[in-house]
Design a binder for this molecule. Structure first.
Ligand code: 5RP
Length: 220
């Protein structure tokens, strides 16, 4: 069975009646959202806060009631995917380009639950290029500043030109090599004018559910 589906569906068990839940973005949390849609049809009371327009559309199709983040804080729980998960449960996120809203929603939540398959586990972050959201104005200047921090940024492209985030910004996928001090790199990147946020989620994940064909494993 699909490891992402196993992890995603298992995470839905953490959602209890009356909760306000951040709904992440990606092909793993997709399964969580489908399961929550089923449970809402069976009477579960739930308010969802989507982390992307893609997730908003999916949740609306499934009849999950949604609420704006500003009216929902503090959320009981956010469930989301990740591109890399270190032994310390630090994360790289943003492969789907939703990192800014994902971080806003996760920071407003009492608990962050990550769902993934085994391929996302790493000893040290950085094999997956770090997504950094930047404002489009003079993005090349921001890219040069990032280069000076020892990373190699590449502008993310889409089928029809430059990839645009839900916030109208660009993504620079940055090869920073294996990251020795993720918190330090995150701070340095965030100090750059032009950077909106980074895909480094440091010390934010409380629980990780790893799906595998033999079942789901929980890491805290
Ligand atoms: C989107 C993300 C996703 O959570 C991340 O890319 C993992 O996606 P998937 O579950 O499809 O592997 O950060 O911005």
């Amino acid at each position: 069975m699909n490891a992402k589906k196993i992890a995603g569906e298992k995470a839905a068990d953490y959602v209890k009646d009356g909760m306000t839940v951040g709904l992440g973005t990606g092909s793993t949390v997709y399964w969580t959202i489908l399961k929550l849609g089923e449970r809402v049809k069976q009477g579960l009371e739930l308010r969802g806060v989507p982390t992307s327009e893609r997730t908003r559309q999916l949740a609306e199709q499934l009849g999950i009631p949604l609420v704006p983040l500003a009216e929902a804080e503090p959320l009981d729980l956010t469930i989301d995917g990740a591109d890399e998960i270190s032994d310390e449960l630090d994360l790289i996120k943003g492969g789907g380009g939703a990192l800014f809203r994902e971080k806003m929603v996760a920071l407003a939540s009492k608990r962050l639950l990550i769902v993934a398959d085994e391929s996302k586990r790493v000893q040290r972050l950085g094999a997956f290029p770090l997504p950094v959201e930047v404002v489009p104005f003079a993005w090349e200047v921001t890219a040069r500043r990032i280069e000076r921090l020892g990373c190699h940024p590449r502008l993310r492209l889409a089928d029809k030109g430059t990839f645009l985030t839900d916030n109208g910004n660009f993504i620079l996928d940055c090869d920073c090599g294996l990251i020795a001090e993720p918190a330090v790199l995150n701070r340095k990147l965030k100090e750059l004018t032009g950077v909106v946020d980074t895909g480094l989620f440091i010390g934010m994940a409380d629980t990780v559910i790893i799906g595998a064909s033999e079942g789901a494993k929980t890491v805290e």
